[in-house]
Write a protein that binds this ligand. Sequence first.
Ligand SMILES: Nc1nc2c(ncn2[C@@H]2O[C@H](COP(=O)(O)OP(=O)(O)OP(=O)(O)O)[C@@H](O)[C@H]2O)c(=O)[nH]1
Ligand SMILES: [K+]
Ligand SMILES: [Mg+2]
Length: 447
Amino acid sequence: MTATIFALATAPGRSGVAVVRVSGPDAAATLAALTTRPLPEPRRAALVTLRDPATGDPLDDALALRFVAPASFTGEDVVELHLHGGRAVVAGVIAALAERPGLRLAEPGEFTRRAFEHGKLDLTEAEAVADLIDAETTAQRRQALRQMDGALGRLYDGWRDRLTRALAHLEADIDFADEDLPGGVSDAVRPVIETLRAEIAAHLNDGGRGERLREGLHIAIVGAPNAGKSSLLNALARRDAAIVSARAGTTRDVIEVQLDVGGYPVVLADTAGLREAAADEVEEEGIRRARDRAARADVKVAVFDATALPDLDPTTIALIDGDTVVVLNKIDACPDMAAVAPPTIAGAVPVLLSARSGTGLRDLEERLTTFSADRLAVGSAPSLTRARHRAALEECRVALDRALTAPLPELAAEDVRLASRALGRITGRVDVEDLLDIIFRDFCIGK
Ligand SMILES: Nc1nc2c(ncn2[C@@H]2O[C@H](COP(=O)(O)OP(=O)(O)OP(=O)(O)O)[C@@H](O)[C@H]2O)c(=O)[nH]1
Ligand SMILES: [K+]
Ligand SMILES: [Mg+2]
């Protein structure tokens, strides 16, 4: 028999309210055992005194809600206890639940996994629940909500339906094969597969924006020693995340901060100052890491020291490309900026900035927002959000390519079957048992 599971659904620690969720066949009986009152009506909140069934010890005056299967998040009988969020209250209730035979603590993601197993969610929607909980910016929240709403699942299921129809055609072709006609995909089926193949290719060819929106855009600050890179990181993060000093070669390791730039998630990295003559092997390693990070970043911020004008560090100039925002820092220390500032540096119009006073910071943030929107903004079509989906779609596309060139309708049909299966695995419509542990492992307990 299915175990009844329970877990704290809200964040651990002291809080105003803490929610404990119980799901499974024993949920209602568990609530009855914790209170002396009759069970509340389904879907109606009721104030109840919770007591430890073993000792009669009062645990809390709580709000209790129950849902009757299948009309619940998991599709099972569910009880929610809205407790006062004190550590001792939560610990007491959890201990009382753990004492009950047949109940056990839920594993990470187990509530959502049960929702999937009871057909309440497809796999893309279940993954969206995890994304929504992890969402830290507006754009991430929008994407997760849209996916949770089923937009992505509907797209993939729709494609799969079209393949199912194409397959029916192919099978008819096989049954009524004319020995004298050339084999392979018939003229009726070919355009269906070709159109679908093009749609999948376009969906795959999105620059990874949906996936990147989940991870955050990687921006690396690069420049010569003492250009003010660490000062700039601190100014953008609005905290002293990196050490700043007048000594050239202060930063060695890559220092990362997570930022919300205009609603988009950004992972901003400060790096060691680039120079030929490193002071020691530690700085040398720092410079190697800086170059590596710059090469892997989605966007670079190249920082130049305005007090060194007209000199501009050639090593930094060499790194400027179309994905670079150029910054002239320390303009507060240049009384005659207008006279000395070059209008462009390696073709880019520099942001005139002072990390010390904050002048120009808004301008830089706006440029970074433009870059983020360009790389991360998703259009009206639902976007690809996970490597798991990408791999399955690639598999589907390869199978469709094979189907189009198959010499016999039997072989084409088999490839269409494989393509359809690859799509079905994304939403969880076919044999995904082996995937579930991996997918739900990333969830937190109580979700
Ligand atoms: N006047 C002025 N000084 C600045 C500004 N930004 C940074 N500095 C100073 O420049 C020096 C170097 O700053 P850092 O932020 O450590 O420079 P960095 O580029 O991180 O240096 P390394 O880590 O050594 O490569 C410090 O003395 C800062 O106070 C600025 O906008 N104006
Ligand atoms: K420094
Ligand atoms: Mg530094």
